[in-house]
Design a protein around this ligand. Structure first.
Ligand code: TXD
Length: 313
């Protein structure tokens, strides 16, 4: 059976890490595409030369020609500007809409059957732009935010209780902005509801840290944003697709009536398998969580309206 092909569109910090993880996990051949000359080629060669040590045989190539993504099974898109300190996710909008449009045109032309995972910020607007410009079916275009945001929530809960991260399950819903919704009622530690183990005021602080998790890292790094964990999150989604795992993961999916939302990408639990986003899972929320989700969706609507203006300009 031929190896699968993964196209990493954008070969920056996340793109390079995606390629590394894909090779280490033996997901298939990897193409790293970027507009910067030499950089994707250099990263690809460096990764290729780690193959004999790590024992992988994948072909890893770097390119400045989008046509080289031809036939990709999965495209993971990180191309765009990264957030700088003091810059909101929304400030990135106009530049990244233009970049996303060009890339979506390339994906439609060269990898028309691929499963597309968008990571670029502002995520909710970028994944919407990708869906609109490619015209792909809604199950084949998904945004990565919730897997990472939930992982941050799980990390902070595990640190608080000094338990294994694997004992903590959690989901974060809504847009990938500072008003995302860590769902306390669905956070469990070894099956025990988290609010039985951590007092409310500590949980508030953990949830606030989760919401601001991206900014915390930007402030520390000063010249870029998180890249290890966003790459891990997208690779988890790619694996669910490639291995038909039918895993339930929180992802930005196009809603058509679910959660009372129609026509917008919102972070919700979805099932990912060979059919891409095979199903949106509707979960029971408390009244307070529903209210927070509605506020987050409102922000997504505003963001998408602003992005649409740049898209049609
Ligand atoms: O959870 C999430 N969704 C996120 C998203 C978590 C963290 C960071 N998130 C966003 O991902 C971040 O705000 C950025 O928008 C993207 C990519 O972050 P990364 O850290 O990888 O940024 P880099 O290192 O700047 O890489 C972006 C690359 C860079 O090499 C550019 O040259 C390239 O994108 N780029 C392009 N590639 C191809 N085609 C075009 N047009 C293009 N324009 C820029």
């Amino acid at each position: 059976m031929p190896r699968k092909k993964l196209a990493m569109i954008g070969a920056g910090m996340i793109g390079g890490t995606l390629a590394h993880l894909a090779a280490l996990k033996r997901l298939g051949d990897v193409v790293l595409y970027d507009v910067v000359e030499g950089m994707p080629q250099g990263k690809a060669l460096d990764l290729l030369e780690s193959g004999p040590i790590e024992g992988f045989d994948a072909a890893i190539t770097g390119t400045n020609d989008i046509a080289d993504i031809a036939g990709a099974d999965v495209c993971i898109v990180t191309a765009g500007l990264a957030r700088k300190p003091g810059m909101s996710r929304d400030d990135l909008l106009s530049t990244n809409v233009k970049i996303m449009k060009a890339i979506a045109d390339g994906i439609r032309e060269h990898a028309p059957d691929s499963f597309v995972i968008v990571i670029t910020n502002p995520l909710d607007a970028m994944v919407t732009t990708m869906k609109k410009v490619t015209g792909f079916a809604k199950n084949m275009v998904v945004g990565q935010a919730g897997v990472l945001d939930s992982s941050r929530y799980r990390t902070f809960v595990a640190l608080e209780l000094d338990v294994s991260v694997q004992s903590v399950s959690a989901i974060v819903l809504g847009g990938h902005g500072d008003d995302m919704v860590p769902v306390r009622s669905l956070c469990h530690v070894g099956g025990v509801p988290v609010d039985k183990l951590i007092p409310a005021e500590r949980l508030e602080a953990i949830e606030e840290r989760t919401r601001k998790g991206g900014g915390e890292i930007v402030n520390l790094l000063k010249t870029g944003s998180a890249f290890y964990s966003p790459a891990s999150a997208a690779i988890r989604m790619a694996e669910a697709y490639l291995f038909d795992k039918k895993e339930i993961l929180p992802c930005a999916a196009l809603l058509e009536g679910e959660y009372g939302v129609d026509g917008f990408y919102v972070g919700v639990p979805v099932q990912i398998g060979a059919g891409g986003v095979e199903r949106v899972v509707e979960v029971e929320l408390t009244a307070a969580e529903k209210k927070m989700l509605a506020e987050s969706v409102e922000h997504v609507r505003e963001l998408v309206a602003a992005a649409d203006k740049f898209l049609s300009a």
